[in-house]
Design a binder for this molecule. Sequence first.
Ligand code: C2G
Length: 446
Amino acid sequence: MKTVITYGVFDLFHEGHARLLERARQLGDKLIVGVTTDRFAMERGKLCVVEPLEVRMDNVRRCPWVDQVIVEDHMGQKAEDILRFSADILAMGDDWLGKFDALGDLCQVVYLPRTPNVSSSLLRNARLPFLRIGMIGAGRIAERFVREAGYVRGVQIPCVYHPNPDASASLHGFLSRHTFIKKTRTLEKLFDQTDAVYIASPHGTHYAYARSALEAGKHVLCEKPLCMSKAEAEELFALAKEKDLVLMEGVKTAYCPGFLQLCGVARSGMIGEIVNVQSCFTKLVPYGTREWTDVSYGGSFTELGSYVLLPIVKLLGTEDTSVSFDSVRGANGLDVFTKVNVRGRDRLASGLCGIGAKGEGELIVSGTRGYIWCEAPWWKTQYFELRFEDPTVRKCFSNEFDGDGLRYEIADFFLRIQGHAGRDTRLLPAESIWMASVMEEFLKTR
Ligand code: C2G
């Protein structure tokens, strides 16, 4: 009796998968298939899995050559499984050639040729084989966006718009580093060549650009803060809905696996009833930059407030909240440091942001039985602990946060445009609208 084992994500089960399983089974008498969880697939760089694990397992189970289906959810599991099931052969597609040779100490490792011209990515991108995203703005964050978009298969960035293309030194540098991106002089030209836009321009311009893009029928991913007033944000989401377009606010933390897990743990009851949320994000910004000089939209809260408000709105909700602020201000009136206090129905929260003072960038969620402590920088959520009255009792959680983390929001944006369900709850329109209303309240304090 020869046992063969193989592993895969098997998203949108296709002929390539079926043929691989058939040939794997022919290598022995029994075939065990490990189906990779969404979380583990994401840890391994697969950001765009669309079918839930149970659907993917059912599809594999239905295959006549498969004798047993198991879940693969952690690094090192293959070696454990080979021993546990006394597997004689590990069979993998030859896209993995050489990657599993080390397991040759435990069993025979066989790489089978892949079936050409069929893949989960091709099926996933059925609606739009390539999503062309036009960029508005070419500053620091735009640079990261280009790098991160490279991790989402099917995304292209053909062009960038700048209102003053010849005078902008940052645009010049940007274009020389990314020669495949062309500059456009008008928004119309940008819209002509794209399906969607990414807005990474100064805060005060977001609303107008987003509105023009939506009116032109383009999906919009807009850097935070999406808007500086509640009415503007409501208008944009209504317009997106009317035109059946995706509008997303780019608060990257909202889409990353660690933060999603942290919110789930906070809501699970493990710390009892949530009572307080405390978040802090400070970034010492050099003098002379937009954050220090733009008297309309500079300062610490407009720059970092969206981040500190994110766990607050996620865990307090948008209903029946009241907000107050306290700031230390510079000579031009811009806030160097701001504290925001939020009172919800039966919960409290506070956020600290600073561009001219440093604090520990942690997130603490207090509950009636214990609390969650998330290590700095919590907005790139990687490590957090559940802690209790008894300091010897704690539970640790760690997650990947790859690169600059924008890849998670870009993957969600892409999959939502492709029409795949399940990615639209990570930052709800009502939550973005609430954050815009807090920005509006803050601007009144100036
Ligand atoms: N496959 C194939 N031909 C294709 C596409 C996929 O033979 N056209 C094979 C792959 O080589 C792999 C299996 O089908 O052996 C499953 O493929 P994926 O669903 O893409 O999963 P993969 O990323 O290979 O997952 O821990 C192991 C990983 O989860 C492997």
